[in-house]
Design a protein around this ligand. Structure first.
Ligand SMILES: [Fe+2]
Length: 296
């Protein structure tokens, strides 16, 4: 923890963001936007070694990219981690892992990840995700999709909006107590839309949501179709910094190819919460790294 504090202090002092980047990030946090994300291109990421094949083999000596993503994260709120993600590290690294081939995880590459809001089952749900592309995949195949409720809602009738504000789905947990890629029933029954009906927030993860009956299942499938139709495709390139509003969107990722020769796609990611003190109050302890919390 003291390590991350030192890195955060130097990131805030010297993360590489210019004043116009800082203005854009704070404006996005204060006011949001229609598409639910902010993309900053050609950002300074320092010297990037060959993409490793395993997290234990990351030989990264220049920490410019960590400072950039952490400075961005600190402008949005508090950087947090989960014990189930990259051993609780605050900056997560993603690149293709041969042993995760064909799995629906961020470490896979040859399997599409369906639209999902990140950790929608978790009581400490990230408000934002920050992705920093250290290296684009050599075939430029990887596409990140973002679908925003601000665009989806135009296709929903008032009755439909009302339905998603009241109908509860059981959101299964992707996390087990000490690992991930589970499907645990933690009794997390919650609505897809929540907050202010005039400006709704959105959580959606059709692969992990259990409907109460056939009608709720039908509505979920229909909403998934609309969300995919409205999804914006982004091909992240080296130096792209992407901030996703995780309370207003769902995101997905296409399959892509891997070569395992040091040139593969490499992304860094952080999670942001905006109300860390509320979680501290509810949990009775202050932590930056959370385990599985179903309810507060
Ligand atoms: Fe995700």
């Amino acid at each position: 923890m003291s390590d991350i504090k030192g890195l955060l202090v130097s990131s805030i002092a010297n993360g590489g963001l210019h004043q116009d980047h800082i203005s854009k990030i704070i404006t996005f946090r204060q006011f949001g936007n229609e598409q639910g994300y902010l993309l900053l291109e050609n950002m300074p990421i320092g010297r990037i070694p060959p993409t490793p094949r395993d997290r234990r083999l990351i030989g990264k000596h220049d920490n410019q990219s960590e400072r950039l993503i952490l400075q961005t994260t600190a402008l949005l709120g508090e950087p947090i981690g989960y014990v189930q993600e990259s051993d609780g590290n605050i900056v997560n690294n993603f690149f293709p892992h041969k042993q995760h081939s064909r799995k629906k995880t961020s470490d896979s590459y040859d399997t599409e990840l369906d639209l999902h809001t990140e950790n929608a089952f978790h009581a400490v749900q990230p408000d934002y995700l920050v992705l920093l592309c250290l290296r684009q995949d050599p075939g430029s195949e990887a596409i990140t999709y973002i679908s925003s409720i601000e665009q989806i809602r135009h296709h929903l009738t008032p009755d439909c909006l009302d339905f998603f504000f009241t109908e509860k789905y059981n959101f299964l947990s992707d996390y087990c107590p000490n690992g991930k890629n589970c499907r645990l029933d933690i009794g997390k029954n919650q609505t897809v839309l929540y907050g202010d009906p005039a400006d709704p927030m959105f959580r959606f993860d059709p692969q992990f949501m259990v409907a109460r009956n056939g009608y709720a299942q039908y509505q979920m499938t229909r909403l998934r179709d609309i969300a995919w139709r409205e999804a914006r495709p982004l091909k992240l390139r080296t130096g792209d910094l992407l901030i996703i509003d995780n309370r207003k969107t769902a995101h997905a990722r296409s399959a892509f190819s891997a070569r395992f020769d040091g040139t593969d796609r490499w992304l860094q990611r952080t999670f942001v919460v905006c109300n860390h003190r509320y979680y501290t109050e509810k949990l009775g302890r202050s932590t930056r790294v959370f385990d599985l919390v179903a309810n507060l």
